[in-house]
Design a protein around this ligand. Sequence first.
Ligand SMILES: Cc1cc2nc3c(=O)[nH]c(=O)nc-3n(C[C@H](O)[C@H](O)[C@H](O)COP(=O)(O)OP(=O)(O)OC[C@H]3O[C@@H](n4cnc5c(N)ncnc54)[C@H](O)[C@@H]3O)c2cc1C
Length: 463
Amino acid sequence: MDWQGGAVVVGAGTAGCAVAAALASLDLDVLVVDAGMDRTRQLAGELMHPSGAADLQALGFQDALRATGAVSVRGFAVVDATEPSDPSTCLLPYGPLGEGVAMEHSALVAALQASLVGRPHVTVWDASRVVRVARNGADGVEVDVLRPDGTEARVAARLLVAADGRASRVRGMLGIEEENVRLSTMSGTLVDASHLPHPGFGHLFVGGPAPVLAYAISADRARVMMDLPTGAEPTTPLREPHYLRALPAGLQAAVTKALAQDRPLASANFTRLPKQVARGSAVLVGDSAGCCHPLSASGMASCTRDALTLAHVLRERGGDIPAALASYALVRRGPQRTRLNLASALYRCFSEASPEMTALRQGIVRYWMRSPAGRDTSMALLSTRESRMWVMSFEYARVVGHSFAALARRLLKGAVPLGTAVRASLGLVRSTLPHVGEAARALFEDAGLRRAAAASGRRSASA
Ligand SMILES: Cc1cc2nc3c(=O)[nH]c(=O)nc-3n(C[C@H](O)[C@H](O)[C@H](O)COP(=O)(O)OP(=O)(O)OC[C@H]3O[C@@H](n4cnc5c(N)ncnc54)[C@H](O)[C@@H]3O)c2cc1C
């Protein structure tokens, strides 16, 4: 055996680095194997909510975060330019949730990886790729790793953690199936941060054909990400400038210039949902355990949460890995369901041109403008601090209420024909039903979870 120990972590992105640190803090010997992809050409997470930043600090990455030149993020500014002559802005501060951080993705991962090297209990094999899961049973795993010199090494561990991203090959090697829906293409370019109208805030521009996200990722540069139809060229907004319609004139001009000068980064956006997150002595974390549209910027906070959850259940269950992984799957299910539902509801709301989603967009802006408590709850949900599905469903219903009010006012003003208003109303009611269904399912499953936890507590007490 070329290496033998407590855990093999496949992938050293945000999830893999966080998991390695969390497992090492339990005194487990950890081998981190990373294929070493070029992240400077990758468009990925750059804004981390306060919960993710706090988790990384708890895992000992505070110096690493500083090394990235990260800037603080106080919340989100939603700019609605549905009426281009009269755009409205709603500020959604994190408030008591703390501050988020934003930085260049490649700088973040390089700093996290550098911080792992030399930690007690951690061995890193870079430029190495897991090519086979040779064995996966209740007593441990064996995997084959292709080393940079072309040889294969066999390693054995009590636990295998697949942190190999949304296109996870290890997930397939474990025989775990997934649902995979391609949503859109994201094009990302860099502009001078002074063009963003609300310094210190992440920006969401809506009211164009699709949402545009923009964050400062250093003191002077901001990433602007444009959501485009699947398969579109990343430079499409140069030929079809209506994609930039929701941006203020100065930012629009800066983005156009940047697109013409430098090839933008691009990424496909997916919803990917594995059918299981644990099998035998193997577990999925981070994007390999499920990903969604990046509009909610929740992917990295979910990665760090997975790391802490895994460490927590392992500590709780002592050496019983299958029992710990069963707990991990249960504990994670609720928050993950809420995160994925929220991302898909927001994406539909801000990208779909149907009468009901147009009304929902107006309703959500009206809700945020009028309700400070609503703003707080929305930010708690967005930042993953609030993870109860019924809270998300209740918020959705409240937004629908505001949408009806906005629709009625537009109907009275003659701004919308009666037929469209009726279609929008029916569509709004229909769009609420899946969230109510999910909330009911979640309450049912949570009750099951509480019963299972109580039964397991009784078993441990009598053992
Ligand atoms: C356009 C876009 C914008 C986003 N914006 C945000 C945002 O603002 N905020 C946010 O929180 N999230 C955002 N996300 C999501 C975020 O990027 C991801 O949630 C996060 O990067 C996932 O990290 P990970 O560690 O799970 O996977 P990855 O970062 O993909 O890392 C996987 C690692 O596994 C390695 N690997 C793969 N296969 C193997 C193998 N067989 N053997 C060994 N190593 C292997 C790779 O080399 C890689 O290093 C965004 C995503 C996209 C696409």
